[in-house]
Design a protein around this ligand. Sequence first.
Ligand code: PLP
Length: 295
Amino acid sequence: MPDTVTLLIEPLAADADATAVDGTFREVDASAPALRVGELSTQRGDGIFETIGVVDGHAQEVRPHLERLRNSARICELPEPNLAQWEAAIARAVGALPATGEFALKLVLSRGVEHGPAPTAWLHVSPAADFSAPRERGIRVVTLDRGYDRGTAERAPWLLLGAKTLSYAVNMAALREAHRHGADDTIFVTSDGYVMEGPTSSVILRHGDVWSTPAPSGAILHGTTQLSLFEHLEATDRRTEYRDIPVDELRSADAAWLVSSVRLAAGITELDGAPMPYDAAETRALNEYLLSPRD
Ligand code: PLP
């Protein structure tokens, strides 16, 4: 069985009939050329994406990811995606994978080729990297100034903060900066000192028995993993809250994690060179939940 599947998708209008989905995607060889040179996703990073975890044949949280894809399309003024078509493409790709193992499934919707006429879309699923070390032993993190204050998203909507755009060069540069500081990852803070998110993850803290995460104000991406974890914590009678979190409260947390769809929960062991309390048992429990089938 292949462990990599790539589908090129002809995006349907959001209101197209479900019967129109048949025949709108075709499998291609990921190592062969598939995109045109005029493609705006490659020239300008002008498009949006989602990365979905697949665990033992189950694509996790498909609906929340597709709802976020739709929200990113709205922010970027891209045509509204047809969610039934994406669901069918995901089911087809996952059905072709081995029944066990972890995979990363990426959906991309770009503005297409310069001068149109249509957006370009594709799906690519491949084996996930081995994340056992960050899940079990945790990660060292440094904070980095994102260069924006808390009001930026409202003042400057053209920055597309809150959309999951393909323009991740800044996020990757921040990771390289973290590595230069001897850390594994970073947490962005606003220029006025509030916790935002990681370049590819959401931040969750615990003070006593209260779990918190930065309010999704429009400046950060609302993480599907964080949402799912909060639903799980609430269902097991833990208190959760969304709020503005000054960076000092991150430093005083009883435990903190970076969470995302494929790496899942990575506990923070060190923040800006100072040790952080690391809750190994809680981290194990979070990852057990995150690895269970979730919709
Ligand atoms: N924030 C950013 C900037 C991200 O890129 C990601 C995921 O890649 C997340 C948060 C976490 O989102 P999710 O839990 O849906 O993977």
